[in-house]
Design a protein around this ligand. Structure first.
Ligand code: AMP
Length: 478
């Protein structure tokens, strides 16, 4: 497995999956210019979601793909779409794309656009982006000029339709990406409005990390006799991670963090904050307490990030403070502690974060600070992982800190639904591009990207998470 892992390590991408689905891209029957692009990208083999989805998609079947970002799901839909457009080329009609890809956020949409451009670089296929937060003029002009593939967020898409810059009655293929997140973000009505404008005769590729009842209902309404494929979500080694939550006032967090870092036998601690600004602040506060730490986040230059990582890796700096997006590039063995200084607002991020410890058979500790405003996040996380994270006290008191980092007590469930062990499968690396979105402060979001304030809906949506049929393990890390 190790050598296989190494074989797939290319341009910072790490692939780890069970030794199955080992067919090649040419076995999938993809057009030569696409194979060329894939080989230039050094993609050696399709990931499980790709090898399962592509044949159905090429056979014009509707597909439900249960997979998260990081599994290679973008290529799973982009490759067969490009193949079809390459085999059935047509001059794009004004305002009438042939393919519509809907995604919940600007970042994800931009990444999808890049993927189409990368895999389709030797084709004549045209692709454009319609997302909020930027002027509409360029998007309108691109659509009027005619485009094969449109990647869009729902709000802007509807604005373009209403502004008569876009028609949806010639769509041949619809992709709905991250359907569960679309619902969480309150896009259900927009999606239904959009789907109502599409031709009934079309192919629909529907991707979701989870299949809660609302997502199933949407899929039922949108898809026609779909094939169902699934890969595991971000598997963790949760059973080897001692998880604790410490309820603390926001103002008490710096002191608590300093106490933990001083009082614990920590080799390497990865501290997570929700925002870049927050990460810098934590580093400054630790500095005032005489504790050296480095921050890595999107505002740091590549050099700064690499220096910080190197210092963390070789033990010169024991504490690295990171945002979710920055952390996706961190592949450091020997992280003994993950500390969630802020709880993530996206529950899956919790799983990604704590998966940074307890690697390679080691045991790890995950401590989460939870202030009054974060309780709803905590509830959503507990619902997702299927266990109540044991709580210990606030800042003062070594005893409580010791408890917080003690091993899992008897009686604590072994692992949540989220764990690989719960499924009898190997843990796979987690991570993925979608964290870019999670990292943003709410005020940075475009209006159509703004998450629904209705946490209850989100909670409901998450309820039956990860109950889909699990076919295989597959995770990539960018
Ligand atoms: P995604 O799940 O689509 O966000 O993909 C995650 C990352 O995996 C991206 O950086 C892709 O470029 C990369 N990737 C996708 N498919 C493959 C593959 N078959 N081999 C290697 N890397 C891949």
């Amino acid at each position: 497995m190790r050598s296989r892992r190494r074989a797939f390590r290319s341009r910072g991408r790490i692939v780890a999956w069970k030794e199955q689905n080992l067919n090649s891209f040419s076995d999938l029957g993809l057009a030569a210019p696409i194979l060329r692009a894939l080989s230039e990208e050094r993609y050696e083999q399709p990931t499980p979601i790709q090898s399962q989805t592509v044949p159905y998609a090429l056979a014009h079947r509707d597909v439900i793909g249960i997979a998260q970002t990081g599994t290679g799901k973008t290529a799973a839909f982009a490759l067969p779409i490009l193949h079809r457009l390459a085999n059935q080329p047509r001059t794009p009609e004004r305002k009438s794309p042939r393919v519509l890809v809907l995604s919940p956020t600007r970042e994800l949409s931009s990444q999808i656009l890049d993927s189409f451009r990368t895999y389709g670089r030797h084709l004549k296929t045209s692709v454009t982006l319609a997302i909020g937060g930027v002027p509409m003029g360029r998007q309108v002009r691109a659509l009027i000029g005619g485009v094969d593939i449109l990647v869009a967020t729902p709000g802007r898409l509807l604005d373009l339709v209403q502004g008569n810059a876009l028609r949806l009655d010639r769509i041949e293929i619809l992709v709905l990406d991250e359907a569960d997140r679309m619902l969480d973000m309150g896009f259900i009505r927009d999606i239904r409005k959009i789907v109502a404008k599409l031709p009934k005769q079309r192919q629909t590729l529907f991707f979701s990390a989870t299949m809660a009842p609302e997502v199933e209902a949407l899929a039922r309404d949108m898809l026609n006799d779909p094939a169902r494929v699934a890969v595991t979500p971000a598997a963790t080694t949760a059973e080897r991670i001692a998880q604790r939550v410490m309820h603390v006032e926001r103002a008490g967090k710096p002191t608590l963090l300093a106490e933990i870092l001083r009082g614990e036998p920590i080799d390497r601690a990865l501290v997570f904050t929700r925002t870049k600004h927050g990460a810098d602040k934590v580093v400054r506060q630790l500095g005032k307490s005489g504790l050296a730490a480095e921050a890595i986040h999107g505002n740091k230059s590549q050099n700064q990030r690499e220096r910080a990582l190197a210092a963390f890796r070789d033990g010169r700096v024991r504490t690295l403070v990171a945002t979710d997006i920055a952390a996706r590039g961190i592949d450091v063995e020997g992280v003994t502690h993950v500390i969630n200084y802020d709880l993530p607002n996206i529950p899956e991020s919790y799983v990604h974060r704590i998966g940074r410890t307890a690697r390679a058979g080691a045991e790890g500790v995950a401590i989460s600070f939870c202030d009054a405003e974060e309780r709803a996040y905590l509830r959503a996380i507990e619902r997702l992982i299927g266990l109540a994270i044991p709580a210990t006290g606030g800042p003062a008191g070594g005893e409580r800190l010791a408890q917080a980092t003690a091993q899992r007590p008897k009686g604590q469930p072994r692992a949540g639904r989220h764990s690989a062990a719960a499924r009898g499968q190997n843990g796979a690396r987690s991570g993925g591009k979608h964290k870019a979105r999670q990292d943003r402060a709410p005020q940075d979001r475009a209006p159509q990207d703004r998450p629904s304030r209705d946490r209850a809906r989100q909670d409901r949506g998450r309820k039956n998470s990860y109950n889909g049929t699990i076919a295989s393990v597959g995770f990539l890390q960018s």
